[in-house]
Design a protein around this ligand. Structure first.
Ligand code: ADP
Length: 322
C-alpha cells in the first residue's frame, strides 16, 4: 500500500480488514511502498511521516509483526534492482496497454518513465518474495496479470524459478467517498481516516451527501440510493440498519440525525484501533523497531532470490575469475 497518509475506511473495508484475516492462513508480506509513492511526485518532506502514519494504521488494525513481515520498500534495495532486471523481459507495448497507465499519463504533458514502469516495480515487489498469491482490488487485476507474464517470460529465458502468483480479488468493490460519487480516496479528500477522533469523524460524516431527491426533512428518502445508508450497513448493527432505513423511507428522521448515528457507529467500530494507534504514536520507537525488524526479515528472503536471479542472468563475473 502506498504511503499517502493514514488509512481510511475505504482502505479498511477494501483491503486491511482482509489482510488481517489472511494472516491466519498465509505467511504474509506487507510492504509500505514508498518507492512507488515517489512516482506520484509527492512532497519529499511529507513522505517520511506518511510512511510512519501508514505503519501505525497497519499495526492498529491488527497486522501482526509476530506473524507477518511488515516493512518499508526503500529499506530493501533489492526491489528496485529486480525491477530493473525485469525491464529486460517486459514489453513496452504491454506497459502502454495498462488502463492505469493510460489514466495517469493523461495528467502529464511529458510522462515520466516511472509512471510507465510502475507495474514492473510491482512485479518485483511480488516476485522478490516468490509469492503464491496477492490480495488485490479489481483495478489491480491487470497489473497482476502482467506480473504473471513477467514471471513466465523470465522463467522461459533464464530457467523456471518464479511462481505465477494468483490474484485473490476481494468482493468488496469500491467504497464511495463522502461525496457519494467518487471512490473514497485520500487524494480526493472524501475520506474518514480510521483512527480519526470521534469529533473529527462527525465533522466529516456531517458533510456526507445523501439521497439528492430528499430535499426537505419530510420528503421520504431512498436508502437504496443513499451512500450514508450503504456505510451504515458496514458499521451499524443490523437492527440499527433496518431502523434507519424504515425511518428514512417514512420521513421519520432527518438526514443529519441519520448521519450522527453513522458517525457514532464508525467511531465505535474503530475505538480499539484508535487506542492502539495513539499508544503507538506515543512510542514511535516501537513502530521503528517493527519496521526495522521487518526489513531485516524481508532482506533475507530478497537476498536469496537475488542470488539466484543474478547467477541466472550472468551477473556473477566472479564465477569467471576463480
Ligand atoms: P487511496 O486511493 O486512498 O490512495 P490506495 O489506492 O493506496 O488508496 O489503496 C490502497 C488499498 O486500499 C488498495 O488495496 C485498494 O484496493 C484499497 N482501497 C482504496 N480505496 C478504496 C475504496 N474506496 N474502496 C475499496 N477499497 C479501496
Amino acid at each position: 500500500m502506498q504511503p499517502s497518509g493514514e488509512a481510511h475506511i475505504g482502505n479498511y473495508l477494501g483491503a486491511l480488514r482482509r489482510w488481517v484475516e489472511m494472516q491466519r492462513t498465509y505467511e504474509c508480506v506487507f510492504c509500505i511502498v514508498d518507492d512507488h509513492a515517489v512516482t506520484a511526485g509527492g512532497d519529499p518532506k511529507e513522505l517520511p511521516a506518511h510512511v510512519v502514519d501508514l505503519a501505525v494504521s497497519f499495526l492498529a488494525v491488527g497486522l501482526d509483526p509476530e506473524r507477518s513481515i511488515i516493512f518499508v520498500q526503500s529499506d530493501v534495495a533489492e526491489h528496485t534492482e529486480l525491477a530493473w532486471l525485469f525491464n529486460s523481459v517486459t514489453p513496452v507495448g504491454e506497459l502502454e496497454r495498462m488502463t492505469q497507465f493510460k489514466d495517469k499519463a493523461r495528467r502529464f504533458e511529458s510522462v515520466p518513465a516511472g509512471i510507465l514502469n510502475y507495474p514492473v516495480l510491482q512485479a518485483a515487489d511480488i516476485l522478490l518474495y516468490r509469492a503464491d498469491a496477492v490480495p488485490v482490488g479489481e483495478d489491480q487485476r491487470q497489473h497482476l496479470e502482467l506480473t504473471r507474464e513477467i514471471a513466465r517470460k523470465w522463467n522461459a529465458t533464464y530457467g523456471a524459478y518464479f511462481p505465477e502468483p494468483e490474484a485473490l480479488v476481494g468482493n468488496e468493490g469500491r467504497i464511495l467517498g463522502l461525496d457519494g460519487e467518487a471512490k473514497m480516496s485520500k487524494s480526493l479528500g472524501n475520506t474518514v481516516p480510521i483512527t480519526a477522533p470521534p469529533d473529527d469523524v462527525w465533522a466529516r460524516v456531517r458533510t456526507a451527501v445523501t439521497d439528492p431527491q430528499r430535499v426537505r426533512r419530510d420528503d421520504p428518502g431512498r436508502p437504496e440510493v443513499c451512500n450514508v445508508h450503504t456505510l451504515h450497513k458496514y458499521f451499524s448493527a443490523p437492527a440499527v440498519v433496518d431502523d434507519v432505513a424504515h425511518r428514512c423511507r417514512g420521513a421519520l428522521r432527518g438526514c443529519v440525525e441519520c448521519k450522527r448515528i453513522l458517525a457514532d457507529s464508525i467511531s465505535a467500530t474503530f475505538a480499539p484501533m484508535r487506542e492502539r494507534a495513539s499508544e503507538l504514536r506515543a512510542h514511535p520507537e516501537r513502530v521503528r523497531g517493527v519496521l526495522e525488524d521487518g526489513a531485516a526479515r524481508a532482506r533475507e528472503v530478497a537476498r536469496e532470490t537475488m542470488k539466484v536471479v543474478r547467477e541466472r542472468m550472468g551477473l556473477d563475473w566472479r564465477a569467471a575469475a576463480r
